[in-house]
Design a protein. Structure first.
Lengths: 638, 322
């Protein structure tokens, strides 16, 4: 109806902003007229939810007598469980001397003395933090998930790399998997694989498979065709070509796949604790449910240390040339380390001696309490102003608008930014959410995401522009961004929780600091990518530096900025949902409740699906820029 | 090569799990749990940890005795109330040391699935209710009746509850009739989830010190009652069966006899550890003293348990199986 209204004034040669402004006015009028009608308030007992809860009850009752479970799903569970137990037994048998020695040796082989030192220091850090056992459990869980991801991901990746048809089938699936917030996996997994370590490992695996497939496919498809041609013309069989040509040549990039898989797995293991997987996540959840940052921080630090160590080791492997091999001296040194570690197993205690741990729980809690008390006025002011001034009005707007008006707005917005097909997909997602009966909470989550994205973009643009214009500032900022992107998402919950307690604002704050680094980077790269000749031309035509920025650099970097917005949205959504753990409410909280209250399982399950749909919708709206690359594309391009 | 290794493992996995199909009870995760244990251990006991300090106090005292008197290894995984029951089935949990009612779960896991058994009372009497700081009851004597809550709803508004009064709730996993109560008693209130016991305590203390209005979900036994004066709001009295349908609840919570639940496997093969868990029985005062030490005196669970154990030898001696 609104489209017909704008076609007439266009003939009058109004300025370009007239059409969007006209539509906006129409929407405002429509909102004012229809406000409060056709809203869909949340109903905890919606039939859709009850149906899923019923399904869960049925599965619970028949888990041990239905053939699908008896002969298929339970076997998977059992197999993964046994693999996990195997790793656990081996790691515990090695004890800390053995693990230190072996990891030190691997570190040496991967990157020499410095990495060996880093490995030894990291493993000792787990002990010093008093987190030896949960760290080993986490290591076992990550090992299982990564091993399985690679076992499945590499063959699929090779296939996708060799056959364009396979790639066309796999890519959209991977796209959805990567938009999917981690939380959404959990409910279905608990349904089919119950709770505990096996379910946790499977959840982690599903999350960490996409980069394994994607990067392997990339690595294989990048192998020089001349090498392949040479090999086949010499009469090599297909298998020979694959194993002697493709895989060795693709090896450095495939090491990246391993790297990314490990990083993804590490960021998931904590969330997997919600379905009772063992490991460091337990301490984080324990800290969250007692609002004690002191319990969470050491565990968070341990996960970050583990991430940094594994990241450096695999990156070192991938940076080596295809023919570089460790020298004889390296083998000897690594051997000495490993043997020393193994030889010490019977001598030293297996678990880290307790008198060598540093217990900082109460100190951190005191520090946090100090910050809470002393910054109370400021933090409360910021929180209340944002909540009352921005969050609540916007939430009222979204929840009191008729659903068809919201749907229409989404359709037009997506159409304008990204085109017809994405717009239809976005609309489809929104309507599916409607049918699932979880409209109200989706609108609340959307509110939080919109605000978080706006704040992220403002900060990201400022920092990105600053970095693009001052190389010196950029040099300072880059390593910080690098470090920030290595950290698992939930780490950002800690400072947010310490400063703001459990509210919706906490989740916004956490997602902003989570999403800012990639946005800054994309903006900076985008502006730097503007051809110097263009900048030169503008400057010699007498543009001031402000004009240069607004009229030349920003418009030409539009694609990069849209891409940044897209990335920011996907990351923010993932974080806002995890924010359900720290008071974000709405969909994320529904998922959390779904795990802790059996009667609400269906609601949590559907909230998970709605999150995915919301993610796809937001992605399609902002997709106009480009085909969506994986969130960690920078590692490929750098 | 990796794939060959994996195939081997797969074959191994399938081989061990007979041909009759795999049930969840076959879960391997319980078997090698003792891997990290010292040679002299009598076995491993897994006590689920639910997120409130009273529960942790009981769990820590039992764990301390299991470790130091009976030489068991104890694992204390953080698992929420209702999930812990599923843990009986998967082998992730042996003991729930403080169970608050849950008749539906008892029916499902004890009677139907037969994977859990009751192991007697903890001796603690538990009651959940809605509380306000005492100064509010002093200033508005009629506020303690639920019928008058709507009159004061405005006082309880916060930025999170919008135009309704706020009823502050704790951890999402807690036993809760709040939504149903608000609906069925037609109260102009909204449940706002603080997320944790700590959030409830902090708000209650702030409400007392800074005279801020607060209506919140809380429970006894709890050490907070000896530090902060709280008054319970009267809801329609509990009658037998008035909470049978979770959607139609319009009455207060009953006083519950808190009890222990253990997995069937642990009851059958737990030996002395099971005996100790079964015999464990103490008073609300005992629990409050341990949880007070844990929360306010900077002690870890183990230290607080040690202190209580050293001061109350006669009590725990009676729990130790002969």
């Amino acid at each position: 109806m609104s489209t017909t209204a704008v076609s007439t004034p266009s003939r009058l040669r109004l300025p370009r902003w007239a059409a969007p402004a006209g539509i906006a006015v129409l929407f405002v009028v429509a909102y004012l007229v229809f406000r409060g009608t056709a809203t869909l308030p949340h109903d905890k007992e919606a039939p859709q939810f009850l149906a899923v809860t019923g399904l869960r009850e049925w599965i619970d009752d028949h888990r041990n007598d239905n053939p699908i479970f008896l002969y298929f799903l339970n076997y998977i569970r059992l197999f993964v469980g046994q693999l996990y137990d195997l790793f656990e037994v081996v790691l515990y048998a090695l004890g800390w001397p053995g693990i230190t020695g072996v990891l030190g040796a691997l570190g040496w082989l991967a990157g020499g003395r410095r990495l060996a030192l880093l490995a030894v220091a990291s493993v000792s850090a787990f002990g010093v933090l008093g987190l030896w056992e949960p760290s080993v459990d986490t290591l076992a869980l990550v090992a299982v998930a990564v091993l399985l991801s690679l076992a499945i991901g590499i063959p699929l990746g090779v296939w996708a790399g060799l056959s364009p048809r396979a790639r066309r089938v796999i890519t959209p699936v991977l796209d959805v998997m990567q938009i999917m917030p981690t939380f959404a996996y959990l409910a279905p997994l608990a349904l089919f694989f119950h709770i505990g370590a096996p379910a946790g490992a499977i959840a982690t695996m599903i999350y960490s498979i996409p980069p394994a497939i994607r990067i392997t496919a990339l690595a294989v498809s990048q192998v020089s065709p001349t090498a392949v041609e040479a090999s086949t013309s010499l009469g090599a069989t297909r298998a020979q070509t694959l194993f002697k040509v493709y895989l060795p040549l693709a090896r450095p990039t495939m090491a990246l796949a391993v790297n990314q898989t490990i990083m993804m797995a590490l960021s998931m293991v904590v969330i997997a604790n919600l379905i009772s997987a063992p490991g460091l996540g337990g301490d984080i959840i324990r800290g969250l449910s007692r609002a004690q940052v002191g319990i969470m921080l050491p565990a968070g630090v341990a996960v970050v240390i583990m991430a940094v160590l594994l990241d450096r080791m695999t990156m070192a492997v991938s940076k080596r040339g295809p023919h570089a091999r460790p020298g004889r001296f390296d083998w000897a040194a690594a051997g000495v380390l490993a043997v020393a570690g193994l030889a010490l197993i019977p001598v030293l205690p297996k678990t880290w001696p307790e008198n060598l741990t540093v217990n900082v729980v109460s100190e951190i809690n005191d520090a946090v309490r100090w910050a809470e008390n002393n910054w109370y006025a400021v933090t409360t002011f910021v929180k209340d102003v944002t909540t009352e001034g921005l969050l609540n009005p916007l939430q009222t707007l979204f929840t009191s608008a008729p659903w068809w008006l919201v749907a229409l707005a989404v359709l037009l917005l997506a159409w304008r930014v990204s085109g017809v097909r994405p717009a239809l997909t976005a609309l489809g997602c929104l309507l599916a959410i409607l049918l699932l009966g979880i409209w109200h909470h989706t609108m609340q989550t959307l509110t939080t995401v919109v605000i978080a994205v706006l704040v992220t973009l403002v900060i990201g643009l400022l920092l990105g522009v600053a970095a693009a214009r001052s190389p010196r500032y950029s040099a300072v900022q880059r390593p910080i961004l690098d470090a920030a992107q290595t950290m698992p998402a939930f780490v950002y919950l800690l400072p947010a929780l310490a400063l703001f307690g459990t509210t919706r604002f906490t989740a916004i704050f956490a997602s902003v600091i989570y999403a800012v680094p990639p946005v800054v980077r994309l903006v900076e790269d985008g502006i730097k990518g503007v051809p110097p000749t263009v900048v030169e031309a503008a400057a010699s035509a007498g543009s001031t530096s402000g004009q240069l920025l607004w009229k030349v650099q920003l418009p030409m970097a539009r694609r990069a900025i849209l891409l940044a917005a897209n990335q920011g949205i996907v990351m923010t959504l993932a974080m806002v949902v995890v924010g359900g753990l720290v008071g974000a409410g709405a969909l994320g909280y529904d998922v959390v409740v779904g795990f802790s209250q059996r009667a609400d399982f269906g609601m949590g399950f559907i909230a998970g699906i709605a999150t995915v749909l919301l993610g796809v919708m937001l992605d399609r709206i902002t997709q106009g820029a480009d085909r969506r690359p994986s969130p960690r594309r920078r590692r490929l391009t750098s | 090569m990796k794939i060959r290794l994996l195939a081997g493992l797969l074959a191994l996995g399938l081989g061990t799990a007979a041909c009759g199909g795999a049930t969840v009870g076959d879960s391997p995760s319980s078997a090698p749990a003792a891997a990290g244990s010292s040679a002299a251990s009598a076995g491993t006991v897994k006590i689920a940890i639910n997120p409130w300090v009273g529960y942790e106090a009981s769990a820590n005292v039992v764990a301390y005795l299991l470790k130091n008197e009976l030489h068991y290894d104890v694992e204390m995984p953080e698992i929420k109330e209702q999930l812990a029951w599923e843990g009986f089935e998967t082998g992730d949990v042996d003991v729930i040391i403080e169970n608050w009612g849950h008749p539906d779960l008892k029916k499902q896991y004890i009677e139907e699935k037969k994977v859990a058994v009751e192991a007697g009372s903890t001796g603690n009497k538990g009651v959940i209710g809605w509380y306000i700081p005492k100064w509010m009851a002093d200033e508005h004597p009629d506020i303690t009746d639920y019928k008058n809550l709507n009159k004061y709803a405005d006082m309880f508004k916060t930025s999170e509850s919008g135009d309704k009064g706020q009823l502050l709730f704790g951890d999402p996993s807690y036993v809760s009739n709040e939504e149903a109560l608000i609906k069925n008693l037609k109260l102009n209130f909204k449940v706002v989830v603080g997320g944790s016991e700590a959030a409830l305590i902090k708000s209650a203390q702030q409400a007392q010190e800074q005279k801020k209005p607060l209506l919140f979900y809380f429970w006894d036994p709890h050490w907070l009652f000896s530090k902060t004066e709280l008054v319970r709001v009267k809801l329609p009295a509990y009658t037998e069966g008035c909470d049978a349908d979770p959607k139609k609840v319009a009455c207060d919570y009953p006083e519950m006899d808190l009890d222990k639940i253990v997995s069937k496997k642990f009851a059958d093969t737990g030996g002395k550890a099971y005996e100790l868990v079964k015999n464990f029985n103490w008073t609300n005062e005992d629990q409050n003293s341990v949880s007070n030490d844990m929360t306010n005196n900077g002690m870890t669970g183990e230290e607080a348990a040690k202190k209580w154990v050293e001061a109350n030898t006669a009590k725990w001696q009676a729990w130790i199986p002969k």
